[in-house]
Design a protein around this ligand. Sequence first.
Ligand SMILES: Cc1cc2nc3c(=O)[nH]c(=O)nc-3n(C[C@H](O)[C@H](O)[C@H](O)COP(=O)(O)OP(=O)(O)OC[C@H]3O[C@@H](n4cnc5c(N)ncnc54)[C@H](O)[C@@H]3O)c2cc1C
Length: 342
Amino acid sequence: METILVLAHTENDGSLAKTAREALHAAATLHKSLAGSKLVVGLVGDNVQAAANSIAACPATKYFGVTGAEFTQPRYGTDTAAAEAICKTAQATVVVAPATSRWARVLPGVAQRLGGRADTHVTGAAAADGKISVNRWYYRQRMESSQTRTQRPWILGIDPGSQSACDCGAGTASVEMVAVNLPDTAKRTTVVGVREPKADAQTIRPDAQLLFVTGAGWTKKQADGQTHVPEAEKLILGFLKASRASLGSSKSLVDLGGEGQAVLPFLSHLNQIGQTGATPRHAKGLSTCCHGEEPHTVGWRFINERRAISLDPNCGWARGKADVLYVADAFQVIAKVNELLA
Ligand SMILES: Cc1cc2nc3c(=O)[nH]c(=O)nc-3n(C[C@H](O)[C@H](O)[C@H](O)COP(=O)(O)OP(=O)(O)OC[C@H]3O[C@@H](n4cnc5c(N)ncnc54)[C@H](O)[C@@H]3O)c2cc1C
């Protein structure tokens, strides 16, 4: 009989992040498809009661917690010790954890300590005829595999955004505290702070409903024979500010910077979508000034509703890559849209 453990850490305010609820959804789905399995939850943080209560209506039958000031920091030494202790106490055979930056560093080490195995970038788990299989994408998200393992415990790092978040309600959970004997060596590292870009400088927003893609057309000569890069910058940033969309780009546009041409300073290769870029997940996508070539549009695999604005009626978007193509000048369209959004 498999014991499925959802392993999560709390946020600084004691809550559970959406990524933890996504892992819970994946674990609950697996539990439902696996007759006789047990679902339990393990939480790590300063105080985990509020987090446990917030998901008390989920099908888990037991809650385990490792708590204390030492476990608030995202520190490898204390996080691995906490995760190892919970896995052992829960006698977990399958561990489902959100692949946050904090947990992704820790999970393979925990598998090593427990003599198990860890798989990263898992996008789904289910059982058929009592056998568990997990899904994972390869080769720039172009091939999906379904794979099984016999080793236990089997630790699964669930890709954020690949699941819907479990919407189970709140209640009162009874949490069994797990003691961890921490050697001093586990506490050598101290996290002194978090450095992150200002909210409006952060253009990659995985949780956004909309992906807004900019192509090289924004920096090309326009009908008047001139380029209009400062205007493009203003329009794009104005749209992002009003819509809170995530910013993606074609390769041509992000490459221009390296070639010394006039570019949009807020774009980097991290924004690149496509075969040699990212494959983000958003409900909708809007492409602007981009031709929609195959190496770019393969990165749109997980975008459900696609629209594009291009001057070229024969561009790739018109050839089955978009649901709607507006054959129009993106400078004019986005200026009007920004006006409406304001
Ligand atoms: C091995 C390989 C890997 C690659 N990987 C990637 C990848 O990961 N991601 C990626 O994006 N590309 C990738 N490419 C490159 C890809 O093939 C294209 O060259 C690139 O996507 C083109 O970018 P673009 O559409 O922005 O530019 P362009 O092809 O220059 O298109 C610009 C478009 O803007 C339009 N336009 C201009 N002005 C306006 C306006 N005012 N209003 C509306 N439209 C306007 C034009 O009509 C044109 O269609 C790869 C190529 C190779 C060979």
